[in-house]
Design a protein around this ligand. Structure first.
Ligand code: CS2
Length: 473
């Protein structure tokens, strides 16, 4: 017998108070449960209109379910499920950008949340400034109907200003350092080019709190869909998978103080998110990327497979030892215990988080994940061999051939440029030199510092393979 389809009961919905841009698995597994808990505990009209910026898949899968879906928590000792029911609609921006602008312009929407990934900010990863040459930005400068995230934010804010309404708070939930400052900066730059008065209005009235978001969310597979059905007896076309752990630190700075009661839902509302961000971006995401490149090249499919290999378990501990002196722990946090907890989270065998998934978009991730650590270590006269090995592994990865001689499906906005550079190189030394010249990633002074240690590491990786290279560093 086929299982019945998940269907939201026909009960009243909360009114929409949030538009979310970039409705991927992460926000559905992370932000939406917090919003659901906040509304359960202290009410408020914080229903969400989700916006997919590219594909219609999520909308098509969720529509017949009344926008409800299952979130499955993957604990080492078993799975549990919960229905999340905060979405009021899902819009697909390329199909109907005006509907997205209308939703964002509705004065009852007080917060626009974002998970558009690092590359969605159209910024230069090394400097944080707007990449004015980005084709989507060029498009949005020439047309009133936008295609980029920044274009949607700026045009919707412009419509609100013209309507005499208040701006919405822009709440970014992407893994970027000072993410609120970053999005504020690029929004202001674009607004300035469109209408300087708008830029002044956003500068005065807009709010862009920084956040630190943390929950490991592997992509959903067909097997996951079957598992959900086995537990719930119901077919859900688009469930999301996540680890039990979740942490959200939010700078408490919202337009007119209008926001869900995130604190009651377990988020930390703080004055300064900086320490949380540095710790998480460097220790979790930095080691995630390092394990992704080295592990992928060595033939490991997932992060848990990678750290189950004792060589990589030692490696990640050594990498954390390099990172820890470069971060200031948030009040009350012991970095050693944080690292121990990270190890357990990575080792969770129930989470099949593919190294290939995490390896994506490295050009956008390396600066905040690994290069900050390297810079701080160099500035204080310390070496960072494991971080340099990780950078070299990324170089090997983007050259497009793994250790078994198989092609790698490299996904990165700079993939073509990186491939052209590595194709011209005739040795690991030349490859390192070519890639260190990519200024979007490596500022000139840092490239100079990196040249020797990364060249050494690359030669080890190319000749011995990643596993043996780790032992030889
Ligand atoms: C991962 C993150 O895919 C990646 O780059 O490092 O998505 C990571 O799982 C989350 O930031 C955990 O909070």
């Amino acid at each position: 017998m086929t299982a019945p389809r998940l269907k939201r009961p026909d009960t009243p919905r909360a009114r929409t108070g949030i538009v979310h841009l970039g409705l991927g698995a992460f926000f559905r597994a992370f932000g939406c449960p917090y919003i659901a808990d906040a509304m359960t505990a202290s009410a408020g009209d914080w229903g969400v209109i989700g916006v997919s910026l590219r594909s219609a898949d999520t909308r098509d899968a969720l529509r017949d379910q009344g926008w409800a879906y299952t979130a499955m928590s993957l604990a080492p000792d078993g799975n549990s499920t919960r229905i999340i029911d905060v979405l009021n609609d899902v819009l697909v921006a390329p199909e109907n950008p005006n509907a997205v602008l209308d939703a964002m312009t509705d004065p009852s929407v007080r917060v626009v949340t974002l998970t558009v990934t690092e590359k969605g900010y159209c910024h230069n990863p090394a400097t944080g400034a707007l990449n004015r040459d980005h084709p989507d930005i060029q498009h949005d400068l020439a047309h009133d109907i936008p295609i980029s995230t920044l274009g949607f934010l700026v045009r919707a804010l412009q419509a609100r200003m013209h309507a005499g309404a208040r701006p919405f708070t822009v709440l970014t939930c992407d893994n970027l350092p000072q993410n609120g400052r970053l999005v504020r900066g690029v929004v202001l730059e674009l607004a300035e080019m469109i209408d300087p008065e708008l830029a002044r209005w956003i500068n005065t009235h807009g709010r862009f709190p920084c956040t630190m978001v943390d929950r490991i969310t592997p992509a959903t597979t067909p097997v996951d869909i079957e598992k959900v059905q086995a537990i719930t007896g119901v077919y859900d076309a688009a469930p999301v998978m996540h680890e039990p752990f979740s942490q959200w630190a939010i700078e408490d700075d919202f337009v007119d103080n209008m926001r869900p009661d995130f604190a009651i839902a377990g988020a930390q509302l703080v004055r300064d998110v900086g320490a949380f961000e540095d710790m998480k971006l460097r220790m979790l995401n930095g080691s995630h990327s390092a394990l992704a490149y080295l592990g992928y090249l060595a033939g490991h499919e997932t992060i848990s497979d990678t750290v189950a290999d004792p060589v990589f378990a030692r490696f990640v501990r050594a990498l954390w030892a390099e990172i820890m002196p470069t971060v200031t722990a948030p009040d009350g946090v012991d970095l050693g215990s944080y690292a121990d907890a990270l190890f357990d989270r990575f080792a969770n065998p129930n989470i099949r988080h593919r190294t290939w998934q995490i390896a994506m978009d490295g050009s956008q991730k390396l600066p905040q994940r690994l290069l900050g650590t390297v810079r701080d270590a160099f500035d204080t006269g310390r070496a960072a061999p494991m971080a340099c090995l990780s950078v070299a592994a990324w170089m090997r990865y983007v050259s497009g051939i793994d250790e078994a001689g198989q092609p790698i499906d490299v996904r990165d906005p700079l993939a073509d440029k990186l491939k052209a550079l590595t194709d011209m190189a005739t040795s690991p030394t030349e490859c390192v030199a070519a890639l260190l010249s990519v200024r979007e990633i490596f500022p000139a002074d840092l490239a100079e510092h990196l040249s020797d240690p990364v060249t050494r590491a690359a030669n080890l990786i190319w000749t011995k393979g990643c596993r043996d290279a780790i032992g030889s560093v």
